[in-house]
Design a protein around this ligand. Sequence first.
Ligand code: HEM
Length: 201
Amino acid sequence: MTKINKEAKDEGSDLVDSLTDTHLTETINDLFGAGTDTTITTLHWTIAIMAEYPDIQKKVAIEIEEVIGHDRLPSLEDRGRLPYAEATMMEVLRFSSIVRLGVPHATTCDVMLDNFQIPKDTMVVINHFALHFDEEFWDQPKCFKPEHFLDDSGSVRQHPNSFLPFSTGRRSCLGESLAKAELFLIFTWLLQNFESAWWQR
Ligand code: HEM
């Protein structure tokens, strides 16, 4: 039995065992709703940050120029070959923290977390913003520094502590890999072809 059908059964609905047009429409609606505004807002932040930090913009553009040049567009196969660009994009996700308090969830049973007892049916919210600006884990969290995501050898730190822009667990963002792919492509295409007049002078 699908989850939708189980919900329909729990609600005593006669839609059990059928996937209706409403389910389909609402599911597509969810995907567009959750997937469009988030990606667009992150790209708005990216452009604003690149305008604010032209030195970083220039470093990303030079990396793209050296690794890819201008004869072709960057592709997803280039991930891993553009560590500074990738680290910059991850730093945008941290610095912007666009989904600041995630989506509210609820406990389905009594839970002990460290020394905290959380009763069944309590609303639980992850404070992503606090995680991303925690001074215990980030050196100068209020500064925009792509180096936050680079290790000593210059490789990208894919899963640093205290970094959950897409949340975690069973209900974490369904579109994480799609969003990361879109952001990487649009960001690198933009900086391959856009040269700020400011640093050309
Ligand atoms: C920068 C882009 C994005 C960010 C920062 C982001 C972040 C998040 C976060 C924090 C959640 C809440 C997870 C939770 O409840 O704990 C979420 C849920 C979700 N996201 Fe994204 N998201 C992005 C892009 C996308 C895209 C492109 C899609 C799909 C095309 C998508 C689909 C969804 C869906 C369907 C959920 C609900 C998952 C569930 O409740 O099981 N997201 N997202």
